[in-house]
Design a protein around this ligand. Structure first.
Ligand code: ZN
Ligand code: ZN
Length: 163
């Protein structure tokens, strides 16, 4: 049975929007990667990377930076002030911090797939690294090759929680 386009009441159609289900004529519809969409749904679709509302985005950034800073500080103190920690244990702890950064970012706002949030989680890891180095040695950028590898792995761990 044919329904009429929700924008053109006189035009009969068998097509409908794949998102909201409204009947729509061939003139109004837009073909997307995920199927037919009506103009209303096209307007509501945000570009990739901004698929999270600004408020949630800010919340996620605060979580990533907060967890990253706390974890980085803990790592720095363990390395320097409290106990002597072998490098591989510090690296393992750093990866754990990265995991927590990714998890808290994703869990807090319940979003699992977001390019923007992956960037936020990556930022959290960089914050953890910078804070660790500030406390450990007062030298901001200790860029040894092995350390860089650990940071890259850590960023991959954090962003994998959101992919
Ligand atoms: Zn629609
Ligand atoms: Zn129409």
């Amino acid at each position: 049975m044919a329904q009429s386009c929700f924008r053109h009441s006189r035009r009969e159609t068998n097509l409908k929007c794949g998102r909201c289900g409204r009947p729509i004529c061939s003139e109004c519809l837009t073909h997307t990667d995920v199927g037919i969409r009506c103009p209303v749904c096209i307007n509501e679709m945000r570009p990739v990377g901004f698929d999270v509302s600004p408020a949630h985005f800010i919340l996620a950034t605060m979580a990533a930076v907060g967890v990253g800073a706390a974890g980085g500080a803990l790592n720095g103190f363990m390395l320097l002030k409290v106990i002597w920690l072998p490098f591989f244990l510090s690296a393992a702890f750093f990866l754990l911090v990265a995991y927590l950064v990714g998890e808290s970012t994703a869990r807090l706002i319940g979003v699992r797939h977001s390019t923007g949030l992956q960037v936020v989680a990556g930022l959290g890891v960089v914050v953890a690294y910078v804070v660790t180095n500030i406390i450990k040695s007062q030298v901001l950028f200790v860029l040894e090759p092995f350390t860089i590898v650990i940071v890259v792995i850590a960023i991959a761990v954090a962003t994998s929680r959101i992919r």
